[in-house]
Ligand binder design. Structure first.
Ligand code: BGC
Length: 258
């Protein structure tokens, strides 16, 4: 009898570290599929590097994971060092975050900005799959994250949520999803703010397409059709909640040569 060999999927554990939750799942990095149920643990408060590392370690234990790990973080991540902390504990600024996480879990870790991870996943598997030119992915949540992908290559740490807009303030204080909630804006009012911001980004970047992610993108039909005067199509993200997990796993697979 001949034996059929079933190739094991190339798997990486993807972990999405956010201000309120830390979520993870093993990812098939060739298809972008999750290979198991997502697990979510609360982000410890205060969310110091050591406390977060302990929670990530707990998540890794729950999966009994022994391979490489890709993690997102909502800040500038340059060469494994976190350089900002807009919506997390300030002790992350200048922390050797990738090393702290790797030491805590005892496994190889690749750390990436959360929006960069989500953006990459959208271009590889999601709404901008296979598209060339300039794709700008904006994640609208507590803050605004951005990812710029040019002909499939991610230009990291663009931080377009922190451009000064409309004046004296950063854009994420004007049109993040949190601002919509805080000011109790109707979708139409919110769309008007987002429209102004997108016109500004159009002037700066002339993107070929913009993909909108973050929880609010589930309600895309309430605000994307209101946008006018843009030279590029605006589309909702396809991977929804999983984009960060999948993108982090992809980056780790790339870094560790899987
Ligand atoms: C941070 C970014 C992050 C975004 C979304 C911003 O405040 O500066 O690094 O990608 O929030 O979490």
């Amino acid at each position: 009898m001949t034996q059929t060999s079933v190739k094991a999927p190339k798997a990486v554990l993807g972990i999405d570290i956010g201000g309120s939750g830390i979520k993870g799942a093993p990812v098939n990095v060739e298809t972008g599929e999750l290979l198991g149920e997502r697990v979510r643990l609360d982000t410890p408060q205060p969310s110091t590097p050591q406390a977060v590392a302990a929670t990530v370690s707990e998540l890794v234990k729950q999966f009994d994971w022994k391979g490489p790990l890709g993690c997102t973080f909502p800040a500038i991540v340059h060469n494994g060092v976190t350089l900002s902390a807009a919506n997390v504990d300030k002790s992350w600024i200048n922390a050797p975050a990738e090393q702290i996480l790797a030491d805590a879990v005892g496994l190889p870790v690749k750390l990436v900005n959360d929006a960069d991870a989500a953006g990459l996943a959208e271009v590889v598997f999601g709404a901008a799959k296979g598209k060339s030119g300039k794709t700008l992915v904006l994640t609208l949540g507590t803050g605004i994250g951005s990812a710029l992908i040019v002909d499939g290559k991610l230009i990291t740490n663009t931080e377009f949520g922190h451009v000064i807009f409309p004046k004296d303030e950063i854009a994420e204080k004007y049109c993040s999803a949190k601002v919509k909630d805080d000011l109790d804006l109707k979708y139409k009012q919110y769309a008007a703010r987002l429209n102004q911001y997108l016109l500004h980004l159009q002037l700066l970047l002339s993107p070929d397409r913009v993909i909108i992610g973050g929880g609010i993108s589930k309600k895309h039909e309430k605000f994307i059709p209101e946008l006018t005067g843009l030279r590029f199509p605006v589309e909702p993200a396809a991977l929804k909640n999983d984009a960060g997990i999948v993108g982090a796993a992809l980056e780790a697979a790339h870094t560790f040569g899987l």
